[in-house]
Design a binder for this molecule. Structure first.
Ligand code: ATP
Ligand code: MG
Ligand code: FE
Length: 346
């Protein structure tokens, strides 16, 4: 069975096609993404109206590219999955409307699904079925959460989250302070390779004895970086961009991996999945690999292309819902910009 996935929650128009095999494994056939990120770069963040219009223009061509790549015809599709939330309301509506039209025209079931659960489900395309339970560290532009995943199609429970900024948001804000382009993750990752991670001792938020063990905070770190850079500029010094980037990145990776490994160990869970855009970070992957090996935890991180927003993640989640025999959504299903991760499909 072929499942089509449509993603439009932020600034990527994504269309994925996967094959659901009889044994429940899911195979990636096409993953086409059109991004409007360049149009947002000069604003330093995503402009909702610009994103919605870009989705409108890109949606149909992206669908056709996906079918061309996979060598499939639309009549081969047996279900359509689409991001119903969380995300930007106008952006979500474009994908949802398109997916409804395809599902109705092809007379196949529609699954309105959770974008965050999709970020986790995508890992099965690369590493096969998720052991139950698994622990997921979801680190993206809008979210930073530790999740217990008992069943990717049925039960996801939040055990911790950021109390302020998301990890990706901190990357984007620190990039701005360092005069690096938006989105900030990739340029900071690159700059950090030339710097020393121990050059500057930036704070590790929420790691005090009284702090919640599985929650995160990144706004203090972001402010500390901004203060440090301002102080250097006030002294008339050149800002050592590589050292600041490396030291900031180290603080983020340190806290994320320490808490994830601790949560896995304390809950007796043997598999950690790290996903979402920030999971593309090279230092996070390296430190997680080291700490998981020390703790005897299996680590799974999808390749960078699958970590950032795409349609394949939505198709993968849709395939798992089909495989589990979950009820499809009504054709009237609406977008929910604040959909909680525990609601996997609507
Ligand atoms: P959400 O999934 O929470 O709705 P989103 O979809 O906008 O948010 P993603 O596309 O999953 O987020 O991730 C985008 C974020 O990932 C951006 O903040 C970006 O800076 C960050 N990012 C991308 N690549 C890297 C990298 N190599 N290192 C660190 N951060 C990165
Ligand atoms: Mg994006
Ligand atoms: Fe995302």
């Amino acid at each position: 069975r072929i499942v089509m996935g449509v993603e439009s929650s932020c600034d990527e128009t994504g269309v994925g096609l996967v094959r659901l095999h009889d044994d429940g494994t899911v195979e990636l056939l096409a993953d086409e993404v059109a991004s409007s990120v360049a149009e947002h770069a000069r604003f330093g963040g995503v402009v909702p109206e610009v994103a919605s219009r870009a989705h409108l223009e890109a949606m149909v061509p992206t669908v056709h590219r996906a079918f061309d790549t996979a060598g499939l015809r639309m009549s081969d599709v047996s279900a359509v999955a689409v991001t119903a939330g969380p995300g930007l309301a106008g952006a979500l509506l474009v994908g949802l409307s398109a997916a409804k039209a395809y599902a109705a025209a092809l007379d196949v079931p529609l699954y309105g699904v959770n974008h965050l659960a999709g970020h986790i489900a995508v890992d099965t395309l690369q590493h096969g079925p998720l052991p139950a339970p698994s622990l997921a560290l979801l680190v993206s532009g809008g979210h930073t959460q530790l999740l217990r995943v008992d069943d990717i199609a049925g039960k996801i429970t939040e055990i911790g989250s950021t109390v302020d900024d998301a990890a990706g948001e901190a990357y984007d804000k620190v990039a701005r302070v360092l005069d690096l382009p938006y989105p900030g993750g990739p340029p900071i990752d690159r700059a950090a390779r030339e710097g020393a991670p121990d050059a500057i001792a930036f704070p590790r938020g929420m790691t005090g004895p009284r702090d919640a063990a599985y929650d995160f905070s990144f706004s203090g770190l972001k402010t500390a970086v901004a203060r440090w850079v301002e102080a250097a500029q006030a002294r008339g010094e050149d800002v050592p961009v590589a050292d600041v980037a490396a030291s900031f990145q180290e603080a983020v990776a340190d806290v994320l991996t320490a808490k994830a490994v601790r949560a896995a160990t304390e809950s007796g869970i043997g598999t950690l999945v790290i996903s979402g855009g920030v999971a593309a970070n090279s230092r996070l992957a390296a430190l997680a690999a080291q700490r998981c090996a020390d703790a005897g935890i299996e680590l799974r991180i999808p390749r960078p292309r699958l970590c950032t927003d795409n349609g394949a993640m939505i198709a993968a989640l849709g395939a798992h819902l089909v495989s589990a025999g979950c009820a499809p959504s009504a054709l009237e299903v609406s977008a929910d910009p604040a959909l909680p991760v525990s609601t996997i499909s609507l």
